[in-house]
Ligand binder design. Structure first.
Ligand code: SAM
Ligand code: SF4
Length: 337
């Protein structure tokens, strides 16, 4: 159903209409990926600051009424939230000017064997699963946990219950897994999945990201071209991934060059952290405190006003290349990837 002509829209000062809400369900995680979390000593969000399910559904309901059409659940590891199936069914039942939102999830896959079926039944539309390597020793080094077999079982479980498409997120890292770029695509083509290679961004807990260490989208493409025939897929829209048809199709592969070819001009995302802070960008230096709006008795109009105030401050770009760039204080697991 197209939105009504007078439907409210979340437009920022640069004319970008926001349709995509990312909700972090928790900052906790079952892995410790080096580019995201520290090995130990994580400053967890205190339980009393975390949004309750009623609170997060209420914020999402206001956002959907304001024109959000896609909700992606993330974290930390979203499947660690004990009521995640209930969260999905409540979010999938919301309605806005364009009807019901599409609810999807980004996960490390570890709990998919038991949850893929219930999530699909609750209305989950799609899933992205992160897997950076197919080698057990590397997986253990990269995530600091020996759980590769569980991720593979999670991917298989998502496929078995018919979740589609299944996208596999890979962060390529120099000297770590960049020799597996072709192998990961072969694995995906055989399984009917779509790999998306993501440039590593400065969102690690240790603040040790360096541009030199980052494998660029162009380098990923060069590696892929050495093994596959790639033809650009049409219709990118506001999607961050540039997609390529592999060897005549139907398989495709995506490259998300967030650092070297930012797509900020078409960004339609806004992010809610597990402690109720709204962020207009992964790299925002400020947050809008929706939790306090709710807990001080704010009505839906007050929540909508706060969402608009947040977007009014959205900068045109992430400025990773600007001389004064400062990495956000919170690491990726606390922001919600
Ligand atoms: N735990 C879930 C997972 O790993 O899929 C969801 C949260 S995770 C923060 C979401 C995505 O962000 C994952 O695909 C992960 O690889 C990616 N990610 C984390 N840190 C990153 C970084 N510094 N640069 C680029 N992508 C990153
Ligand atoms: Fe956990 Fe996902 Fe971060 Fe890895 S990328 S540590 S799985 S939140």
């Amino acid at each position: 159903m197209p939105p009504a002509a007078d439907a409210p829209l979340l437009v920022d000062r640069h004319g970008r209409v926001h349709r995509d809400l990312r909700i972090s369900l928790t900052d906790r995680c079952s892995l410790r990926c080096t580019y995201c979390m520290p090995a130990a000593g994580v400053p967890w969000i205190p339980a009393h600051d975390a949004l309750t399910t009623d609170e997060l559904v209420r914020i999402a309901a206001v956002a959907v009424a304001q024109g959000i059409t896609e909700i992606r659940l993330t974290g930390g590891e979203p499947l660690l939230r004990t009521d995640v199936v209930d969260v999905v069914s409540r979010l999938a039942a919301l309605t806005g000017p364009s009807g019901r939102p599409e609810v999807s999830l980004t996960t490390n896959g570890l709990r998919l064997p038991e949850l893929a079926g219930p999530l699909a039944a609750a209305g989950l539309a799609r899933v992205n699963i992160s897997i950076d390597t197919l080698r057990r020793d590397r997986f253990r080094t990269l995530t600091r946990r020996d759980r590769l077999d569980d991720v593979l079982a999670g991917i298989a479980a998502a496929r078995a219950v018919g979740l589609s498409p299944i996208k596999l997120n890979v962060v390529a890292m120099r000297g770590v897994n960049d020799d597996e770029i072709v192998d990961l695509v072969r694995f995906a083509v055989e399984g009917g999945y779509e790999v998306r290679f993501i440039e590593q961004m400065p969102l690690d807990a240790g603040h040790v990201w360096s541009r030199v260490q980052m494998v660029t989208g162009a380098e990923v493409l060069a590696a892929l071209r050495s093994a596959f025939d790639l033809v650009e897929a049409p219709g990118r829209g506001s999607a961050p991934a540039e997609r390529w048809v592999v060897d005549g199709g139907p398989a495709t592969v995506g490259v998300i060059a967030s650092v070297t070819a930012p797509f900020c001009g078409a960004c339609d995302r806004v992010r809610l952290t597990a402690d109720g802070q709204l962020r207009s960008c992964l790299f925002a230096r400020t947050e809008t405190d929706l939790r306090t709006v709710l807990r001080t008795g704010g009505d839906d109009a007050a929540v909508a006003h706060a969402i608009r105030r947040c977007l009014a401050g959205k900068r045109p770009g992430h400025d990773i290349d600007a001389p004064g760039f400062l990495q956000p204080d919170r690491p990726m697991n606390a922001i919600g990837g």
